[in-house]
Write a protein that binds this ligand. Structure first.
Ligand SMILES: CC(C)(COP(=O)(O)OP(=O)(O)OC[C@H]1O[C@@H](n2cnc3c(N)ncnc32)[C@H](O)[C@@H]1OP(=O)(O)O)[C@@H](O)C(=O)NCCC(=O)NCCS
Length: 187
């Protein structure tokens, strides 16, 4: 599994991946088989490495999530800019894991878009990724951390999250007035 707790900033070595044009037609290449260790990165404010490799992030989300497929590159950039805590995992130059959190630094944080590439699942990488997100300086001291999950409750239970039955999940989708709202994209 990945190097536990390895924590590097992202302002150098953006790797050799695809660039960041707003072109959604580039094919997603399969992640290469594992040949060396996975490196976890806790990103700085700029998230430079991911901004440069935004196409790879789009591919990871398209391949290995169900709720975050088809996102536009420009929107993914805004998403990164609007996320106070961002962690990614790299196998060589391949992006193989991602997770982010939005938070106020005091009261509340919410985890979003935790994804591990299929070829790297079941090896502890997801746990490392969430642990690094939770240790992020903007997340670590908040009163309460929330997340939404469709299939991952068992995974998060092992990370000391618990189901909460006293509250309802409420959703408003002002940006999607033309979409079919019968199936909100939860995760
Ligand atoms: C969910 C996900 C992030 C887990 O990452 P991972 O690297 O495979 O997880 P880990 O190897 O760290 O697993 C840690 C433990 O959680 C368990 N686990 C992993 N995914 C699980 C799931 N969906 N449900 C229940 N348990 C799960 C593992 O079996 C492991 O248990 P163990 O410690 O007893 O061996 C990853 O499988 C993934 O990206 N899936 C596709 C996207 C998705 O569904 N994300 C949901 C997050 S909301």
């Amino acid at each position: 599994m990945a190097l536990p707790g390895q924590n590097t900033q992202d302002e150098s070595d953006p790797g050799q991946g695809q660039g960041g044009t707003d072109n959604r037609t580039a094919p997603c290449s399969p992640v290469r088989p594992r040949t060396n260790r996975v490196r976890l990165i806790q990103h700085s404010n700029l998230k430079l490495r991911l901004q440069v490799r935004i196409e790879d992030l789009r591919c990871l989300l398209d391949r290995d999530s169900f709720w975050a497929r088809g996102r536009r590159l420009g929107d993914l950039r805004k998403m990164l800019n609007g996320s106070q805590a961002v962690v990614s995992a790299w196998h060589g130059s391949d992006l193989v894991g991602f997770g982010r959190a939005t938070c106020d630094g005091v009261y509340r944080a919410v985890l979003w878009d935790v994804v591990v590439a299929a070829e790297h699942q079941g090896q502890g990488l997801g746990s490392e990724l969430v642990t690094m997100l939770l240790s992020h300086r903007h997340v670590a001291k908040v009163e309460r951390v929330y997340l939404m999950t469709t299939n991952g409750a068992g995974f998060y239970t092992k990370l000391k999250f618990h189901e909460h039955h006293g509250q309802k999940l409420m959703i408003r989708e002002p940006g999607n007035s033309c979409k079919d709202k019968s199936e909100p994209e939860l995760y």
